[in-house]
Design a protein around this ligand. Structure first.
Ligand code: FE2
Length: 273
């Protein structure tokens, strides 16, 4: 057999994971930046956390449509998953919108899905929520073990969006899952961390993706009210901030031959104005 006749190796897979879309500024930033990213990087899958997409708290059906039109294949959520009531039915009906897997079984929706890429690779996506400083129905670490046991037979790669407050809990989850999933990406704090890397057993990891929203505020919300609350210790009404919107997230490169192995993780920090 000649060299030319040998099969060319499969191309690595590209997955984009985009941090929490906050309010209309976040939705606009996503609509402005993501189509170009899709054109430039030709990702096999795009995962967007939409937890704060509507008014900064929760997601409604209109925002689901907007985020989907911008180019999201899978939408993940978090602690505000049920805040907008009109989305509850969609959480039950649409396979590719996820709320944390360790919420109560009685709450609407489901926590994982498997998407088959155009090239035929099966990628599992799991949404999970932390237990430290957060009200999650069940224990995150035992829940993810159960979800992986189920998905391992159905997926070549697994990406986990771990929506959690404490950096220690997120780092621990990265080590807990190293070698068993392809990536663990943290969400919820809205502040991108500089600790992205591929862990020794092949799992790509970052403590937090950051947010897709206004950098002019305080983690996406209007800054005067937020500062006033810290100064006065009095409740303030929060609105999403508008100016200086950015898209934040990561580009994951996954091994086309070895299941549950990442080759690289790169940060995306892109101004949208
Ligand atoms: Fe959150």
């Amino acid at each position: 057999m000649t060299d030319e006749a040998q099969a060319t190796p499969a191309a690595p897979l590209t997955v984009l994971a985009i941090g929490d879309v906050v309010g209309s500024a976040g939705r606009r930033a996503l609509t402005r930046v993501l189509p170009q990213l899709r054109a430039d990087l030709a990702p096999d899958l795009v995962i967007v956390n939409g937890e704060n997409a509507s008014g900064g708290i929760g997601i409604n059906v209109r925002a689901v449509d907007e985020i989907t039109r911008a180019g999201a294949d899978v939408i993940t959520l978090g602690n505000h998953a049920y805040r907008q009531h009109d989305v509850h039915r969609l959480l039950n009906d649409r396979e590719t919108i996820l709320r944390p897997a360790n919420h109560l079984a009685s709450q609407p929706g489901h926590g994982s899905c498997v998407v088959t890429t155009a090239g035929g690779t099966r990628i599992g996506v799991v949404n999970l929520q932390g237990n430290v400083f957060m009200e999650s129905g069940r224990h995150a670490f035992s829940e993810i073990d159960a979800v992986i046991a189920k998905l391992r037979k159905q997926a070549d790669h697994i990406i986990v969006d771990f929506h959690a407050e404490a950096t220690s809990e997120k780092v621990a989850m990265g080590w807990h899952l190293d070698g068993r999933v392809s990536a663990v990406v943290g969400t919820h704090t809205h502040v991108p961390t500089a600790d992205l890397r591929v862990l020794p057993e092949g799992t790509a990891y970052i403590t937090d993706l950051g947010m897709t929203g206004s950098r002019a505020g305080v983690i996406g919300m209007e800054r005067d009210a937020s500062v006033r609350r810290f100064v006065t210790h009095m409740h303030q009404r929060y609105e999403p901030a508008e100016k200086d919107p950015w898209l934040m997230g990561v580009k994951l490169t996954l091994d086309p031959e070895v299941p549950m192995r990442a080759l690289a993780i790169e940060q995306l920090l892109i101004p949208a104005s």
